[in-house]
Write a protein that binds this ligand. Structure first.
Ligand SMILES: Cc1cc2nc3c(=O)[nH]c(=O)nc-3n(C[C@H](O)[C@H](O)[C@H](O)COP(=O)(O)OP(=O)(O)OC[C@H]3O[C@@H](n4cnc5c(N)ncnc54)[C@H](O)[C@@H]3O)c2cc1C
Length: 466
C-alpha cells in the first residue's frame, strides 16, 4: 500500500456500525478521517443508553459471527468486554413457544395434525402454482403467499406484517419479502421435500438472518460496548469522532460536482470540515435534502417518497430476578413484537435481584407509543401480564428510547424513487451513501460494517491508496 498523503481527508457522516467501521479501516490505513455523528454516544441504532444505574438497548443488539474477518477484528478491539452467548430465541405462536428460527420438528409437535396438513397443502398449492405458471408477485401479499402458502399467510404473516408496519401487505413491495423476511427452516424442509419431486421454488426466496445454533456477542453494559470500543480504536489510530454533531449541509463544488465541505452543528455553533471523499451513512433522503446546491427537483421529489418506520423501545426495570426463558421472544399479536431480557445474555443489572426488559414496538413519530402515554404503557403492561412475563406492579422504571429511522419502509412502488436517488448519489464523484440508512436496506451489524469497509476501500482507491 502506498503511504497516504496527509492532505487526504475522508468525512464519514453518521457513527453507527457502518460509519464507525469505515473509519476504523481508514484510520488503520493512516488516512485522516472524521466521523460526524448526531447521537450523544457512538453506535446509532446499535447502542444502549444509561438511565439511572442501568443500560437499556435501543432494541436488543447482539453481534453475529457470520463475517469472520469483522468478528475477529471486533474481538481484538473489545477483548474481555465481549461476552459470548448462545442464541436462544423463541416465537410465541398458537399458544406455544417455538424455537427461532422455526424448526420443522417443533412445528409438527406443537400444531394440531389437521391444521398442519392444511398449512402444508397451502404451501404445496403455492409451490405447484409457481412451478406451473411463472408468477412475479406484484406486492408483499402475493410474495408471502408464494413463499408460505395462503393458509400460513392468513394465519400468521398478514396480521403480523400489518401490525409491524402499520401497512397492509398489499401496500408493501415484494422486495420487502425478499430482503427482510427471515427464512423459516420449517418451511424450507417442506420445500426441499417438494423440490425432490421436481416442484421447485422459482422467484421468491427468504433471507437467512439467524441460525438455530450460533454464538452471539454481547457485553455487561449491553450493545453500547462495541461501538464505544470501535470509536476508541479509531481515535487511537489518529481519527476523529465528533458526537452530538448534526450534519446540516453537504457542500459540492459547482465546477467538479465533488463534495468539498461538510457543515455541521456542534456545541451550539456551526462548523465546517473540508474533505476529499465523503462516506455518508445518514438516511439517504436527508443526504439529498442537505446537499448544496440542491439536486434537480425530480431527485428531491423522489427523496421525499423514501420513508422509514420509527421505533419506540420501552426499557423496563422490573423487580423480578428473571422474566423470560431465553434472550428474546417474538410475538405476533401483542402491543409489542419482541421482548428481550439482556440479563440472560450477561447484562449487569442493579440491583441484582431485578431484571431489565427491552420491549420493542414500531410506531409513528408523535403517536401514543412514541410519546409513551399512560394508555400505551397500559396496553404493554396488560400484554406483559397476559404473557406471564411480569406483573405491572413489578415495573419499577420505564425508560422510553426512540429511533426515528428504525426500519426502511419498502412501500409499494418505492424502487424507482430509490433508484433515482441512488443514481444522483453515484453521479457525485467522491460521495458514497451506504449502511442501513444510507443504502436503505436491512443489514445486521456485521453486514453494515462490511458495507463500511467496502466504502472505505473505494474511497482509498479513489485517493490513490490501493
Ligand atoms: C430493534 C432492532 C434490533 C436489532 N438487533 C440487531 C442484532 O441483534 N444484531 C445485529 O447484528 N443487528 C441488529 N439490528 C440491526 C442494526 O441496528 C443495524 O445493522 C445497524 O445499526 C446499522 O448500522 P448503520 O451504521 O448502517 O446505521 P445506524 O445504526 O442507523 O447509524 C446511522 C447513524 O447516522 C447518524 N445520523 C443520522 N442523521 C445524522 C445527521 N444529520 N448528522 C449526523 N449524524 C446523523 C445517527 O446518529 C446514527 O449514529 C437491529 C435493528 C433494530 C431496529
Amino acid at each position: 500500500m502506498s503511504s497516504p498523503s496527509p492532505k487526504s481527508h475522508v468525512a464519514v457522516l453518521g457513527g453507527g456500525p457502518c460509519g464507525l467501521y469505515a473509519a476504523r479501516v481508514l484510520s488503520r490505513a493512516g488516512l485522516a478521517v472524521t466521523v460526524i455523528d448526531k447521537g450523544d454516544r457512538p453506535g446509532g441504532l446499535a447502542t444502549s443508553h444509561k438511565r439511572g444505574k442501568n443500560w437499556y438497548d435501543l432494541g436488543c443488539h447482539m453481534l453475529h459471527e457470520f463475517d469472520e474477518e469483522i468478528y475477529k477484528d471486533m474481538m481484538s478491539i473489545m477483548g474481555e468486554e465481549s461476552i459470548p452467548v448462545q442464541l436462544d430465541a423463541k416465537i410465541r405462536w398458537a399458544g406455544s413457544f417455538y424455537r427461532y428460527p422455526l424448526q420443522f420438528q417443533d412445528m409438527i409437535k406443537g400444531i394440531p395434525f389437521f391444521t398442519l396438513v392444511y398449512y402444508c397443502l397451502g404451501l404445496f398449492a403455492a409451490q405447484i402454482r409457481s412451478a406451473l405458471v411463472p408468477w412475479t408477485p406484484k406486492d408483499a401479499e402475493e410474495a408471502l403467499i408464494m413463499l408460505y402458502g395462503q393458509p400460513l399467510y392468513e394465519f400468521f404473516f398478514r396480521d403480523f406484517t400489518h401490525r409491524y408496519w402499520g401497512i397492509h401487505p398489499r401496500e408493501l413491495s415484494a422486495t420487502f419479502i425478499t430482503t427482510k423476511m427471515p427464512r423459516l427452516s420449517a418451511v424450507d424442509v417442506i420445500k426441499r421435500a417438494m423440490g425432490k419431486i421436481g416442484i421447485k421454488d422459482r422467484s421468491v426466496k427468504a433471507v437467512d438472518s439467524a441460525l438455530l445454533e450460533e454464538t452471539l456477542h454481547y457485553s455487561r453494559t449491553g450493545a453500547e460496548a462495541m461501538p464505544r470500543c470501535i470509536s476508541k480504536a479509531v481515535q487511537a489510530a489518529g481519527g476523529r469522532v465528533i458526537q452530538d454533531a448534526e450534519v446540516t449541509a453537504i457542500v459540492r463544488d459547482e465546477a467538479t460536482g465533488k463534495v468539498t465541505k461538510i457543515r455541521y452543528h456542534h456545541g451550539g455553533q456551526d462548523h465546517e470540515l473540508d474533505c476529499d471523499e465523503c462516506i455518508s451513512t445518514i438516511p439517504v433522503p436527508h443526504l439529498v435534502q442537505r446537499s448544496e446546491p440542491s439536486p434537480a427537483d425530480e431527485v428531491m421529489t423522489a427523496a421525499r417518497q423514501i420513508r422509514y418506520k420509527p421505533i419506540a423501545i420501552y426499557g423496563l426495570l422490573v423487580k423480578k430476578e428473571k422474566c423470560i426463558d431465553g434472550l428474546y421472544i417474538y410475538y405476533r399479536d401483542r402491543a409489542f413484537h419482541r421482548v428481550g431480557e439482556p440479563k440472560n445474555a450477561g447484562l449487569v443489572v442493579d440491583p441484582p435481584d431485578h431484571s431489565v426488559l427491552i420491549v420493542e414496538t414500531t410506531c409513528e413519530i408523535g403517536d401514543e407509543k412514541w410519546q409513551g402515554t399512560d394508555d400505551a404503557k397500559d396496553r404493554i403492561f396488560t400484554d406483559l401480564e397476559l404473557e406471564n412475563i411480569c406483573r405491572r406492579e413489578d415495573v419499577v422504571e420505564v425508560n422510553l428510547l426512540h429511533g426515528e429511522t428504525g426500519y426502511p419502509i419498502f412501500a409499494l412502488g418505492f424502487e424507482p424513487h430509490l433508484e433515482q436517488v441512488k443514481n444522483w448519489v453515484n453521479s457525485v464523484p467522491n460521495l458514497q451513501s451506504v449502511g442501513r440508512q444510507g443504502g436503505f436496506t436491512y443489514p445486521n451489524m456485521h453486514s453494515a460494517m462490511r458495507m463500511g469497509a467496502k466504502a472505505a476501500a473505494v474511497a482509498m482507491k479513489r485517493l490513490g491508496f490501493d
